[in-house]
Every structure is written in structure tokens, then in C-alpha cells.
Design a protein around this ligand. Structure first.
Ligand SMILES: [Fe+2]
Ligand SMILES: [Fe+2]
Length: 383
């Protein structure tokens, strides 16, 4: 792979723009309306050969036995209310709980809130992700209430995910630290803009994407949990940690699906992993916009990278983990194109780390710069 191509992607599309260089290095045209966001590549549709739909049909009973149990029964699931001040208590007790929450939140720095808001906005664009999964041939929910196990999974997964944005949003609202109006506008813009992960209606690509993405969100929420704990807010740490645990369970489900595809169709599945990794995994909120900053996603990503919430190293770690989990290095029975994909993917983590080392070296020589975020009343943080 050309290093220049990778550097471009690293700065423009991943949630880990190299420190000091990423945001300034790319210029994306701001969306003039909620539906006019720019697209990063030619959109390809229905790339899975129609006969491969049968693969997913033949795996339905396997999915019922091996994927659906990874959803939790509703009465065993946590709900946002359990982590928030209790409005059914007498008003003065409720106000005390809110006051305690705000005291704890007051210890955390602005840059922490930029990252937490970005994560919350990403969660809140959930309608986009359910739509994306329902673009996938052979596994989509054909009726909206289909009893098919693939469709049941998608609805159950969405229902679990729906708690994440709810909880973070309410916490942020009560904290008083952020500009909810700008956050709400950003969510509306983002849902209007959608996302463009390059999955081509192809469930092979779709499930590689979701495996990677769920692990990435687990890493990110895990790190916001750690920082909240260090910053003196154990309740917020528990909130982020609880969400991270859901993401891990979801990652396990999607990675299990890809594992199965590698078993029943090693060549096809290996090519899919190679294809997604060549395109790079685009973060789901890559089209975020607040009506002001045309480079909002890059700026948010730069803060996440700088704070160690989601970094280039994390990207390489996730890929390395999936290579190990899917035993890609040892995969045999591949044809020429499958072997090529295998070689590319297995060498990629090392190449990413090298490129990032160079980007870090360059960034060290640059002066840190301030960036204003509307989400925190246009105060400035270092990117
Ligand atoms: Fe989530
Ligand atoms: Fe998730």
C-alpha cells in the first residue's frame, strides 16, 4: 500500500488523525444541508453475487443458536434511569442528586467533554446504523418485524444500543457542562447526512465492519471510563464502562459471524476482510457537522487521539486482535485473490504503526494549536 494513500485516509477518515497534522491536512466541503454531505468514494451497490444469499439462508439455524443468545433478555438489561438522579424522590432529594452529579462533573476538563459529546453523538445516530445493517442483502429485515434470526438480531441489537445514547445524553444534559442545543443540532445534521462505510449491501463486508466498529467503540468507552475515574467521577466511569461491556458483547456476536463465514467460505470471507481494510474502517460519525465547523469530525478525532481515547495504536491493536481471533495468518484453502488479501491484512498492523510513528515525529515538531468547539460554548481546547 502507498504510504501517501494511507496518510490521506488516516487524516481524513479515521477517528485518529495524527496529532497536529490531521485536521489541517484535509479540507472537506461542509454539507450545505443535512442531506448534502460529501461522499468519500464512488458508491458501489449489491457487490455480493446473488447466489451467496444462500450462504446466509443456510446459516439461519446457526445464527439462532450461536448469535441470538448474545442478546440479553430485556429484564436482565440495565436501563439509563438506573444511573441517573431519581425524579420520583422528593424534589429536594432529587435536586441534591443533581447537585452531586454536577459537582463531580465540574472536575473534568473541557477536552474530556469534547470526546464524551462526540461519543454520545455517535451513539445517538443509531437510526443510521440500523438502516445500514438493513441495506445488507440476505440478512435485512424484510418487513420491519421479520421473524428471521438475522432480522431479529438487528432489532435486538438496535434496542440494546438505544440505551447508550439515551444515558450519555441525559448525563450530559444534567451536567450543565455542554451546549445541548449545539449537540442536538449536530445529531440532527448527522442523522440527516447518514454514513458511508463502503459495505456495498454486502453482508460479508457489513459484518467485518461491525466487528471492527464494535470493538472500536468498546475501546473508546473503556477509555472515557478510565479518564472519568481518574478525574473524580466514578458514576460516569461506571456509565461508560457499562456501555463498553455491551459493545464487547456485540463485538463478540459480529466477530463470531465473520468467523463462521471464514469457515464456510474462507476465500470469500478473506477477500471481504481485505476489502474493508483497504478502504479503512470509517468511523460511523464521520459525516458529523454542527452547522459551524466544516472539519468537526477531524477536530473531534484529534482530541480523542491526543487524550488517548481512540488512537492510531488502538486501530492497529483492533486489527491485530481480529487477525488473531479469526486466525487469518493460518487460514488455508485460499485462492490467489484470497491469499493476496491475507498477506495484505496480516502485514497491515505493522505498517499502520510505522506510519503513525512518523506522523507522531512530525507532530512533535509542530506547535499545539487551539480549536473551538460549539459543544462547549465555543471554548478552546488543544488539538
Ligand atoms: Fe453503542
Ligand atoms: Fe455498538
Amino acid at each position: 500500500m502507498q504510504s501517501s494513500a494511507f496518510t490521506h485516509i488516516a487524516t481524513a477518515q479515521l477517528a485518529w488523525a495524527p496529532r497536529g497534522g490531521g485536521a489541517a491536512a484535509t479540507r472537506r466541503v461542509p454539507p450545505s444541508s443535512a442531506v448534502a454531505a460529501p461522499l468519500r468514494h464512488r458508491q458501489i451497490t449489491h457487490s455480493m453475487p446473488p447466489e451467496k444469499v444462500e450462504v446466509f439462508k443456510s446459516l439461519e439455524s446457526w445464527a439462532s443458536k450461536s448469535v441470538l443468545p448474545l442478546l440479553k433478555p430485556v429484564d436482565k438489561c440495565w436501563q439509563p434511569t438506573e444511573f441517573l438522579p431519581d425524579p420520583t424522590r422528593p424534589i429536594s432529594d432529587f435536586m441534591d442528586e443533581v447537585r452531586v452529579l454536577r459537582d463531580r462533573a465540574s472536575e473534568l476538563p473541557d477536552e474530556y467533554f469534547v470526546v464524551l459529546v462526540g461519543d454520545m453523538i455517535t451513539e445517538d445516530a443509531l437510526p443510521t446504523y440500523q438502516t445500514m445493517i438493513n441495506t445488507l442483502d440476505g440478512v435485512r429485515d424484510e418487513t420491519g418485524a421479520s421473524p428471521n434470526p438475522w432480522a431479529s438480531w438487528t432489532r435486538g441489537w438496535t434496542a440494546e444500543e438505544n440505551r447508550h445514547g439515551d444515558l450519555l445524553r441525559t448525563y450530559l444534559y444534567l451536567s450543565g457542562r455542554v451546549d445541548m442545543l449545539m449537540i442536538e443540532r449536530t445529531v440532527q445534521y448527522l442523522i440527516g447526512a447518514g454514513m458511508d462505510p463502503g459495505t456495498e449491501n454486502n453482508p460479508y463486508l457489513g459484518f467485518v465492519y461491525t466487528s471492527f466498529q464494535e470493538r472500536a467503540t468498546a475501546v473508546s468507552h473503556g477509555n472515557t471510563a478510565r479518564l472519568a475515574k481518574e478525574g473524580g467521577d466514578p458514576v460516569l466511569a461506571q456509565i461508560c464502562g457499562t456501555i463498553a461491556a455491551d459493545e464487547k458483547r456485540h463485538e463478540n456476536a459480529y466477530a463470531r459471524i465473520v468467523e463462521k463465514l471464514l469457515e464456510v467460505d474462507p476465500n470469500g470471507a478473506m477477500i471481504a476482510v481485505g476489502d474493508m481494510m483497504r478502504k479503512k474502517i470509517t468511523m460511523p460519525a464521520h459525516l458529523m457537522y454542527d452547522g459551524q465547523d466544516p472539519h468537526l469530525f477531524e477536530h473531534f478525532s484529534a482530541v480523542a487521539q491526543r487524550m488517548g481515547v481512540y488512537t492510531a495504536d488502538d486501530y492497529a491493536d483492533i486489527l491485530e486482535f481480529l487477525i488473531g481471533r479469526w486466525r487469518l495468518e493460518k487460514l488455508d484453502g485460499l485462492k490467489g485473490d484470497g491469499r493476496q488479501a491475507q498477506e495484505f491484512v496480516c502485514g497491515l498492523p505493522q505498517r499502520i504503526r510505522k506510519l503513525q510513528e512518523r506522523a507522531d515525529e512530525r507532530a512533535k515538531k509542530m506547535k499545539p494549536k487551539g480549536q473551538r468547539f460549539s459543544w462547549i460554548f465555543n471554548r478552546e481546547v488543544v488539538v
